[in-house]
Design a protein around this ligand. Structure first.
Ligand code: TMP
Length: 261
């Protein structure tokens, strides 16, 4: 697999072409942004952890039949993924109200929702990813009714699976963001899960202490983001409990490897 030119650079990831027209490389950066890019920083080791955590979650989702773009992890920072046409919608799933919904609708922080709530945001940084309704999606052809129905079914299965997976390791899945993409598989048009699932895109609270183990540590200046993401990775069994691999060491290892190439 040969790495080709940069196709796209987002806030936390870069996509590179490969010599296979159907596959691209997704590179996880250490950059962190919040509030639509108004707050920015670089947190050494974040990309390495998100690469591993997202690989773990997406490969587990494949095993329960949720088709997604992950082909395989290549190294500390990169994975090979299927090239998809991203549907320009951020699908937000909430189990507990926190973050923007508490401000927007005056809902008390920490309110447990009767059922998972799906919200749609238009993926457009210039507009600040505005909240939209299903009617907007259909009116402006951002996705078809069939696509939305398929995505909603997938979202509920993903949410059930992830709630259980995290609960098993003492973490509450509060909310998260998903993206989906269109791809042709064996001549058939399909909608599959894309992007990443990581502490950058989920809110994860320790089940007992409610300590935040996600990007809110950056958004709210709580500090210790790397130890929190490392804790998530350890609990999921991705990093060994006893091995004292700090993400910073992992980053150093990966940069040594890169320089050798
Ligand atoms: P919100 O409360 O700020 O709307 O965020 C809801 C969830 O979606 C939370 O887990 C963070 C995630 N999210 C992203 O992954 N990317 C984004 O651009 C935004 C706004 C939220």
């Amino acid at each position: 697999m040969k790495k080709g030119k940069k196709l796209y650079e987002g806030k936390a990831k870069i996509i590179y072409a490969t010599n296979d027209k159907n596959l691209v490389i997704q590179y996880f950066k250490d950059d962190a942004t919040a509030f639509n890019n108004q707050k920015k920083s670089t947190i050494e080791g974040k990309g390495v952890l998100n690469n591993r955590i997202s690989e773990h979650i997406l490969s587990n989702l494949s095993q329960i039949g949720i088709k997604n773009h992950l082909v395989k992890r290549l190294n500390m920072r990169e994975q090979i993924i299927k090239l998809v046409e991203i549907i320009p919608i951020e699908f937000i799933v909430r189990n507990v109200a926190t973050g923007s919904i508490t401000k927007r609708l005056g809902i008390e922080d920490g309110t447990v929702l009767k059922e998972p709530l799906i919200e749609y945001c238009l993926k457009d940084d210039k507009l600040g990813d505005p909240l939209i309704s299903e009617e907007h999606i259909l009116a402006f052809d951002w996705a078809s009714k069939t696509e939305i129905d398929k995505v909603k079914k997938m979202i509920l299965r993903i949410n059930d699976f992830m709630i259980g997976m995290f609960r098993g390791v003492g973490i509450k899945l509060i909310d998260f963001k998903l993206e989906f993409g269109r791809v042709k598989i064996d001549g058939k048009n399909e909608v599959i899960l894309a992007d990443e699932i990581s502490p950058d895109t989920c809110r994860l609270w320790d089940s007992i202490t409610e300590k935040k183990l996600d990007k809110d540590r950056f958004r709210k200046d709580l500090g210790d983001l790397i130890p929190a993401y490392t804790e998530v990775a350890k609990r999921l069994g991705i990093l060994h409990e006893q091995s004292n691999v700090s993400a910073v060491n992992v980053t150093k290892l990966s940069s040594v490897k890169r320089k050798k190439k």
